[in-house]
Design a protein around this ligand. Structure first.
Ligand code: LFR
Length: 477
């Protein structure tokens, strides 16, 4: 059978990439054509993404992609959730971006949380939007904007939707990511007008919704010529929330598996057919995010590899050369006799000196702090594995899943110590990989929309399982 060719732009909090995928006739092959750093910038008004820089790098990557693979028929974009750009002039075409988007780790949202909860407490919000409390959910960020800024804008676009707009001139909100704003009805899948009015937010800045698999539009002629693409190339809506795309490509059976999409964050959850909105879900702070094909991602945000990478960045800034592989090998040798701290403590959210925060946590809890770099690394990995094990069990319980295995996908699947310790601490077999699950999920949804493959998510996952065998870690007693 014939294969078709698509390109994925996948922008993560640490790096972005452009990937070309060949799909069809039992084939699922991807090749990375560009990888670029995501280096946020602290400016006078706070922490921002350098989104224009990333978009430029993505265009350069697409140019390479079309040079090597002129048959690319579709492009799909995914990125991290919740953050957005404000635009003015969408109705007239060629809208202007009103400032670089804020980073969700910026401290400005504190005021937004208070303002929103004054109008509606978390429990009432949860009943409508199904989201766990995270201080950076889009609704809190909107509430932290100066009102005149929101009034001046005519459209707010989440990061992948913004990139899609730049590529096509069409402004839409893809549902999986829209579900992370807190303004989408968890049952209806539509903007919750009543909620938006209650919170005093401008309904008009939210664009029409689109679902993964629908065609967003064609490349603008200027964009096509800039990247050397033929006329008529489509931009297809994918699970534009990176975690939604990652979950598409987890080679799992949802009735018996927990997944962990492990990159900057560790998203620990199960896939269910209907949102879980009871008191247990709210008490455990689980979220019901929108998945591809109407599935629900019942999951919890665990702090993820962020604490480790931020620790390494700090050491590098101090002038210590850092070799992650060597550090992880030494940490594996060091043994588990290190402090296990609460990696989800909010003190670890903002950028900064992680070892100092670990020390403070240990001091407050009367446990001796790690003393060597090796011990810090082991302590972070153990704490992460512990949080993964706990959240995996809770997710299974809440979702009514008889969990036998934990699938770890994303960059964390390469961290052997983390995978093994997650198996040990959970008592479940860990199946690690694919590492590039997000890009694969992006590619698969496009390929299905283009008619290169057909089938349910089960069929897509079957294809992933046959082409990307995971690495197995059994629990050691
Ligand atoms: C992962 C992710 C998470 C979301 C966080 C912030 O990249 O998209 O799912 O909670 O980033 O957007």
């Amino acid at each position: 059978a014939e294969t078709g060719t698509v390109a994925a732009i996948d922008m993560g909090a640490t790096s972005g990439r452009v990937i070309v995928g060949h799909v069809g006739g039992g084939v699922l092959e991807t090749r990375q054509v560009a990888r670029f750093a995501n280096d946020p910038v602290e400016a006078i008004d706070g922490l921002h993404w350098n989104l224009l820089g990333m978009y430029g790098a993505a265009l350069t990557g697409l140019r390479t992609a079309f040079r090597d693979e002129p048959g690319i028929a579709s492009i799909g974009v995914d990125a991290w959730a919740v953050d957005y750009g404000l635009l003015r002039g969408v109705g007239e075409g060629r809208a202007r971006l009103l400032g670089e988007p804020f980073h969700y780790r910026d401290a400005r949202t504190t005021a937004g949380v208070a303002a929103v909860h004054q109008r509606m407490p978390h429990s009432a919000l949860f009943a409508r939007n199904g989201l766990q409390f995270l201080p950076f959910n889009t609704l809190y960020q909107f509430a932290a904007e100066p009102p005149e800024q929101l009034a001046f804008a005519d459209t707010a676009l989440l990061i992948p939707d913004l990139v899609g707009y730049w590529l096509t001139g069409i402004a839409r909100a893809e549902r999986s990511n829209a579900s992370t704003t807190g303004l989408l009805g968890v049952e209806s899948g539509e903007w919750d007008d009543e909620l938006i009015a209650t919170l005093g937010l401008p309904r008009g800045i939210l664009p029409p919704l689109i679902s993964a698999g629908e065609r967003l539009g064609s490349l603008l002629p200027d964009v096509a010529s800039a990247i050397g693409a033929p006329a008529g190339v489509s931009v297809t809506a994918v699970g534009s929330h990176d975690t939604a795309s990652a979950v598409v490509a987890v080679p799992m059976h949802p009735e018996s598996a927990v997944y962990i999409s492990c990159g900057t964050w560790g998203l620990v959850g199960v896939e269910v057919e209907h949102p879980v909105l009871g008191p247990d879900a709210i008490a455990a702070n689980y979220t019901n995010e929108g998945g591809v094909d109407g599935r629900v991602r019942l999951l919890h945000n665990v702090m993820g590899l962020w604490v480790l990478s931020e620790t390494l960045r700090g050491w590098e800034r101090e002038g210590h050369p850092v070799d992650l592989t060597a550090l992880l090998d030494a940490a594996a040798e060091a043994g588990p006799g290190v402090p296990v701290f609460d990696i989800n403590d909010p003190r670890f959210l903002p950028p900064g000196d992680m070892p100092a925060r670990i020390d403070a946590w240990c001091e407050e809890h009367g446990v001796p702090a790690p003393r060597t770099r090796t011990h810090y690394v082991r302590s972070i990995v153990e704490s992460l594995a512990q949080a993964f094990a706990k959240s995996a069990a809770r997710a299974a319980e809440l979702g009514g899943v008889d969990a036998r295995t934990i699938h770890i996908v994303g960059g964390g699947a390469l961290n052997r110590l983390l995978c093994q310790r997650t198996a040990d601490r959970s008592g479940m077999t860990v199946l690690a990989g694919p590492v590039e699950a997000t890009a694969l999920g992006n590619v698969l949804v496009q390929a299905r929309a283009m008619g290169y493959i057909d089938g349910s998510l089960e069929a897509l996952r079957d294809l992933v399982a046959r082409t990307h065998a995971p690495v197995r870690y059994d629990p050691r007693l």
